[in-house]
Ligand binder design. Structure first.
Ligand code: PGA
Ligand code: ZN
Length: 425
């Protein structure tokens, strides 16, 4: 049954850093869908391009042009189209994007693509998570809770961008989230005891001045124990190095020193031996394929690509065969449309990679990423700390989905982890 698009309208809304972003509403003959798009701070060079105004207003970050691309070009082209045919909608969006010299912008495209998906789900009387699923999804992802922020997400001098806790040793998502949130509170108490700042970074994790990443990881172990949990067994650790941000002239700026790819590999070996680290994201820069290859087979953790693969099916295939990754980040706004992001998810599954649905550092309170995580059956979700509205919106949405699935719900837990060794076994 076709679901006819009757109108599309976009508007500017603010993201969690007070910077404009695009929200779109798609109306059909029987439903309506709205979606807003996030943005990155440590964005990858190979991501789909946003359109920003580049004028005096909003430090050049305005979205008047992107909003007008939706309200004029896209609204005109998609009027009367079938919202239930997401593939055709997204193909048309791509075509329009290519036809315009400076592009329509991934921010304009994704807002319309996801608002269409929402409208089609509503027309089908399905929640989004079930609408996008192939079967009847029952699995809830492991929340990768980013509780200490550094790198481009804070001003505290830590080189590594994200220090995450992963509550893997629990039977239900809600129990895992509770353990994670209790650990976050215990971390707060430790910071207060030590007289350190409890101010937070872009994703809601604390951002104290620490003596480097070993100090940060020690702090997380203490917080897990203080909250009454067993490090490693119940709550494991993960890092997003976001190494593209540290890469200068062939070396990596790390805590005031410049490290070669090999020196960095040795440091990762040390870290994975010393701490219950189970996942390591972007250990090398987005174009340093040599660095990625040098790490192959040397750490027992899940090795995750983000800037390297940018939610692109082709780059994921290349990285899976050449770079020795075992997991991949899925951020729909890196791709541009829902269909491309879904293709990236499919390729990740074909390649036997762990899939991690992810928010961005600049978010809105929209929580479609949680629905995609469940509908796509990703093992993990990254949505920041269990604090601040735009982050907890995602976790709260997962609590609601868990309740909706009811007694059939399963929590992926530690089974979601994929090591490079396991991938090749
Ligand atoms: P970003 O950070 O949204 O600023 O790109 C998130 C990440 O690197 O995973
Ligand atoms: Zn990342």
């Amino acid at each position: 049954m076709s679901v006819k698009i009757t109108g599309i309208i976009a508007r500017m809304v603010l993201d969690s850093r007070g910077i404009p972003t695009v929200e779109a509403t798609v109306r059909t003959d029987r439903s309506e869908g709205t979606a807003s798009v996030p943005a990155g701070t440590s964005s990858g060079a190979h991501e789909a391009r946003e359109v920003r105004d580049g004028d005096r207003r909003w430090n050049g970050q305005g979205v008047r042009k992107a909003v007008s691309h939706v309200n004029v070009e896209i609204a005109r082209a998609l009027r009367g189209a079938d919202a239930a045919d997401q593939g055709a909608i997204d193909a048309r969006l791509q075509e329009l994007d290519r036809a315009k010299r400076s592009g329509l912008g991934a921010n304009a495209l994704l807002a319309v693509s996801l608002a269409t998906l929402q409208a089609a789900a509503e027309a089908a009387k399905e929640p989004l998570w079930r609408y996008v699923a192939e079967g009847e999804p029952r699995g809830l992802p492991v929340p990768m809770l980013n509780v200490l922020n550094g790198g481009a997400h804070a001003d505290n001098g830590l080189s590594i961008q994200e220090f995450m806790i992963l509550p893997i040793g629990f039977d239900a998502f809600s129990e895992a989230l509770r353990a994670g949130a209790e650990t976050y509170r215990a971390l707060y108490d430790i910071l207060v005891d030590r007289g350190l700042s409890t101010g937070v970074g872009l994703e809601g994790g604390f951002a104290p001045e620490l003596d480097g990443h070993h100090d940060a990881l020690d702090l997380l172990l203490q917080a897990i124990e203080r909250a009454g949990y067993r490090p490693g067994e119940q709550i494991a650790l993960a890092l997003d190095v976001a190494a593209s941000e540290l890469y200068r002239g062939g070396g990596y700026r790390f805590d005031g020193h410049t490290l070669s790819a090999e020196q960095l590999a040795i440091e990762y070996e040390t870290l994975t031996q010393r701490y219950p680290l189970v996942s390591l994201e972007d250990p090398y820069a987005e174009d340093d394929w040599g660095g990625w290859k040098a790490l192959k087979g040397r750490v027992a953790t899940q090795v995750v690509a983000d800037d390297l693969t940018v939610t692109d099916a082709k780059r994921i295939t290349k990285a899976a065969t050449e770079a020795g990754i075992s997991g991949v980040i899925l951020k729909p706004n890196q791709a541009g449309t829902y269909t491309e992001a879904a293709a990236a998810r499919r390729v990740a599954a074909e390649q036997g990679l762990a899939a991690i649905a992810s928010h961005r550092s600049r978010e809105t309170t929209d929580a479609w990423i949680s629905d995609l995580a469940v509908g796509w059956e990703t093992g993990f979700i990254k949505a920041g700390a269990p604090a601040r509205g735009e982050r907890v919106a995602k976790y709260n949405r997962l609590l609601a989905i868990e309740r909706a699935i009811g007694s059939q719900a399963v929590y992926h837990g530690r089974n979601a982890l994929v090591t490079t060794e396991a991938r090749h076994a």
